[in-house]
Structure formats: structure tokens, C-alpha cells
Design a protein around this ligand. Structure first.
Ligand SMILES: [Cu+2]
Length: 293
């Protein structure tokens, strides 16, 4: 009973925590966060509302079963019920406890499959990026965009150490080279790995997909709010698994075009420096939100 009460308390806190008050930040976690990170894409919004729906269903079922249990303990105690009944079957109640759970599961399956199709059915992409997981960093390629040498823009993204971090860089999440994408554009990410399994994950995008050596997986997102979004490798891949973050800078189409031009004329490093300085100064169309750490 005590365990049950403790579980109920946890569920209650989780349900209330799903509200905005204790939800995580946009694009990164927050201290004392209980809910999911804020959703910034249709897929993440779908995940958040499905999660809330399931939490309500679980809570109602748990409360109902706990109440039944409490009633049975009270009503059929030895003192109250000295002569036990010899009933073994009750067709009506057996019908109900079979059909009602089936209906609940079907009710869960419908939004679940709708969400799966939303994620798996990739719309026509405005930008395609290839992400490759390596022990222990990500490398990226923009196959549609060439640099000054006529090669596709490509780079490695390595975690920034504490010494390298700037004041806007969250610990263990900031990368030395960000992925830059335009806002309100369908971005398709082709994900693979060069050595072992990794997983490319950005919680606020609702994006998580395995990076498998020798195989191309794909995922899409369309971010509705400009800003900086962080994620991490989510498939244990060796000793530095925790240290291969994902940093995505979502900027206006104009800022993105400028960044793209600058990668061709001045190189990627200069283009990033320019973009990040602009975002940190807050005069890009997509300024950096105030960070907690
Ligand atoms: Cu990993």
C-alpha cells in the first residue's frame, strides 16, 4: 500500500509537472525540469501531447485500480466477511474487464500510429543534411551546397571543453561547429555512422534516430522558432558517448542565405563566427534566448 501511495504521488507530480511551469527549456534542459523540453517542431508537439494523453490515462487507471483494491481490502476483510463466497465466474464482469482494456488500447493506438506516420512520412525537403556518427563526434555534410572549392560543405562537430565554452554555451551540449538550418523549412537529415551505433537526437525537434554503420536512416524536422537547439548522441557508443553533443542553430532564411554565401566566400569558420556573434548580440532575426547556466 505504501509503495502504491508513493507511486501515485510520483504520477501526480509528473502529471502536474507536464504543465508549462516545470517543462524544460526551448532547445535545452533546465534545472529541476520534470516535463519534456519545449516542442519546436510538429513531431515534438505530437510527442508532447501524446505523452500528456498517456499520463492522464495511466493516472486514471492507477487511481481506479487503487480505489478498487482499497474497497476490496475493506469490504472483504476476514472480520467483515467471515464466510467467504464460493463464486468462481461472473460472465458480465469478465466481459467488461476484457473489452474495456481493448478499447483503451485501441484508443491509444490511433494517436500513436498517427504520430508514427507523421514522423516516418518525410515531406519534400527544402534542405538535406547528412550526419555521420563517429567515436566521439558528429560529422556533417550539406550535399546540395558547395564551398569555394566546389566541394560539398562538410565539417566535424566536436564538443566544446569547459575552457572553450563561451557564456552562452551550455556545458556538455555546445559543439565547436554548429549545424545551421533555416527556420520554417523541412530539413531532412540522413543519418549514418562510421564505426559503431550512435543516435542523432534533438529533443525539441522530436528527432531521434539510430546512426547505423553501412546504412542510411532518415528523419525530418521543421523548426517553427529560431534559436539554438541542443541534443546528444542517444545510443551508448563507448567511453565518450556523453561527449558528442549536437548543436543546431535555426536562423531566418535571410540569415541562412548570408551564412551560406559567407561559407563560399570567406569559409565556414568565418561564416559561423559571424552568425554566432550576431545571434549572441541579439540583432539576428534569431537571437539567443537567455540561458540559465
Ligand atoms: Cu553515443
Amino acid at each position: 500500500m505504501r509503495v502504491l501511495l508513493a507511486n501515485l504521488a510520483v504520477i501526480f507530480i509528473a502529471v502536474t509537472g507536464a504543465g508549462a511551469a516545470i517543462a524544460g527549456g526551448l532547445g535545452q534542459p533546465e534545472p529541476w525540469q520534470l516535463g519534456l523540453q519545449q516542442a519546436a517542431s510538429p513531431s515534438a508537439e505530437g510527442i508532447a501531447s501524446f505523452h500528456t494523453l498517456l499520463l492522464w490515462i495511466i493516472t486514471i487507471i492507477t487511481l481506479f485500480v487503487a480505489a478498487l483494491l482499497a474497497y476490496v481490502v475493506w469490504r472483504f476483510s476476514e472480520k467483515k466477511n467471515p464466510v467467504p463466497s464460493k463464486t468462481t465466474h461472473n460472465t458480465m464482469i469478465e466481459f467488461v474487464w476484457t473489452v474495456v482494456p481493448i478499447l483503451i488500447l485501441v484508443g491509444i493506438a490511433i494517436p500513436s500510429f498517427r504520430l508514427l506516420y507523421l514522423q516516418r512520412d518525410i515531406p519534400e525537403a527544402g534542405l538535406t543534411i547528412k550526419a555521420t556518427g563517429n567515436q566521439w563526434y558528429w560529422s556533417y555534410e550539406y550535399p546540395e551546397h558547395k564551398n569555394a572549392d566546389g566541394e560539398a560543405i562538410s565539417f566535424d562537430a566536436v564538443m566544446k571543453t569547459d575552457e572553450e565554452r563561451g557564456e552562452n554555451d551550455p556545458r556538455l551540449l555546445a559543439a565547436d561547429t554548429p549545424v545551421v538550418v533555416p527556420v520554417n523549412t523541412v530539413v531532412k537529415v540522413i543519418v549514418t555512422a562510421s564505426d559503431v551505433l550512435h543516435a542523432w537526437t534533438v529533443p525539441s525537434f522530436g528527432a531521434k534516430i539510430d546512426a547505423v554503420p553501412g546504412r542510411l536512416n532518415e528523419i525530418w524536422f521543421k523548426v517553427e522558432k529560431a534559436g539554438v537547439y541542443y541534443g546528444q548522441c542517444s545510443e551508448i557508443c563507448g567511453k565518450d558517448h556523453s561527449f558528442m553533443p549536437i548543436e543546431v542553430r535555426v536562423v531566418s532564411q535571410a540569415d541562412y542565405n548570408k551564412w551560406l554565401d559567407k561559407t563560399k566566400t570567406a569559409g565556414l569558420e568565418a561564416a559561423n563566427k559571424n552568425l554566432i556573434a550576431k545571434m549572441n548580440a541579439g540583432n539576428a532575426d534569431s537571437k539567443v534566448a537567455k540561458l540559465n547556466n
